[in-house]
Design a protein around this ligand. Structure first.
Ligand SMILES: Cc1ncc(C[n+]2csc(CCOP(=O)(O)OP(=O)(O)O)c2C)c(N)n1
Ligand code: SF4
Length: 257
C-alpha cells in the first residue's frame, strides 16, 4: 500500500472506492491508502491540441475525458498519441524543391585578407571592393518574406561575403528569422538554428564546444574553416544579454552580430 498524507480544510467523511482514509487520522488531516499499483498500470493517452492557434473548448476537454474513460474501461489504450483538432492538409503533397545548399567552395572566394602586424599584434584586414563581392553567392536564398528595402539582408550578405568555408548560423527570434523560415520552407542555404533570446548564446556556444570536442575525439572531421555565428537584435541583447555576456566571457570560438 502507498500512504499519502493530505491536509484538508473540510474533513468530510470519505466515501471513495479503492482509495480509503486511514481510521484514526487526526480530524484536520486525512491519510489515504492507495493499493500498490502493478508496474505500468498507468495508461497514458497523449493528445496534441491548439496547433496553428486553434481554440480549445470545453467540448474538446470532454472528448479527452471520454477517451480516458473508454481506455480505462477497455483496460488498454487503442490510440496512444494523436493530434486533436488539427487540419491534416494534403498529406501526399510535398513542397516545391528549393535551391540546393551552398557549398563551402562556392563562397570561399578570397574577399577578405587578414594579416597580423607582428609589431603591434593588430590584425590588418583588406577587403575586395563591393562590386567584386557581388560574385559571392548569397547564403540566404531569394524569395523570402522581408520587406523590399529591408536593411537586414544586405548587411548579412556583406558579412557572409567575407566568411569563407562552412558557417553554422543561429538566429534569435526576430524579423529576419521569421521572414526566412516560413514553414515548410527555409531561405537559409547553410546550417541554420533558431532559439530564443535567452537561449541563443547558450545553444550556439554549446554547439561550438560539442563540435570541437567531437573533432578532438575523432568523431567529426576537422575543418579549419567552420565559423559559428549568432545573429542577434535588441531582443537578444536585452532579454538574452546575460547569456550573451556569459558566452563572451567563456571565450567560445563564435561570433555574435
Ligand atoms: C523568449 C521571448 N521573449 C519575448 C518575446 C517577444 N518578442 C518577440 S520579437 C521581440 C523583439 C525582437 O527584436 P529584435 O531582436 O531587434 O528583432 P526585430 O526587431 O528585427 O524583429 C520580442 C521581445 C519572444 N518572442 N520570445
Ligand atoms: S526588419 Fe522586418 S519589418 Fe523591418 S524592414 Fe526588415 S523585413 Fe521589414
Amino acid at each position: 500500500m502507498l500512504a499519502v498524507d493530505v491536509p484538508v480544510l473540510n474533513p468530510a467523511p470519505f466515501t471513495g472506492g479503492r482509495v480509503r482514509p486511514v481510521a484514526g487520522a487526526p480530524p484536520e488531516r486525512v491519510v489515504f491508502l492507495f493499493p500498490r499499483l502493478a508496474p505500468n498500470a498507468f495508461k497514458v493517452l497523449s493528445r496534441i491540441y491548439g496547433l496553428g492557434g486553434k481554440d480549445f473548448y470545453a467540448a474538446d476537454a470532454e472528448q479527452f475525458f471520454e477517451q480516458a474513460i473508454a481506455a480505462a474501461k477497455l483496460g488498454y489504450v487503442t490510440e496512444a498519441f494523436a493530434y486533436h483538432g488539427a487540419t491534416p492538409g494534403k498529406p501526399g503533397s510535398s513542397p516545391r524543391p528549393g535551391l540546393p545548399p551552398i557549398t563551402a567552395a562556392e563562397v570561399s572566394l578570397g574577399m577578405a585578407q587578414v594579416h597580423r602586424d607582428e609589431t603591434t599584434g593588430r590584425l590588418k584586414v583588406e577587403l575586395q571592393p563591393l562590386w567584386k563581392m557581388t560574385e559571392v553567392p548569397n547564403r540566404i536564398g531569394p524569395g523570402h518574406g522581408a520587406c523590399p528595402g529591408c536593411g537586414a539582408f544586405p548587411t548579412l550578405h556583406q558579412i557572409y561575403n567575407v566568411l569563407e568555408g562552412d558557417v553554422v548560423v543561429l538566429f534569435q527570434t526576430g524579423c529576419a528569422m521569421v521572414v526566412t523560415t516560413g514553414y515548410p520552407a527555409t531561405a537559409h542555404r547553410i546550417n541554420y538554428v533558431h532559439n530564443l533570446f535567452q537561449n541563443g548564446a547558450a545553444t550556439l556556444s554549446g554547439l561550438v564546444e560539442m563540435y570541437h570536442e567531437r573533432v578532438r575525439r575523432g568523431e567529426l572531421p576537422a575543418s579549419k574553416d567552420i565559423t559559428f555565428v549568432m545573429i542577434s537584435g535588441d531582443g537578444g541583447m536585452d532579454i538574452g544579454m546575460g547569456p550573451a555576456i556569459g558566452a563572451a566571457n567563456r571565450n567560445h570560438r563564435m561570433m555574435i552580430l
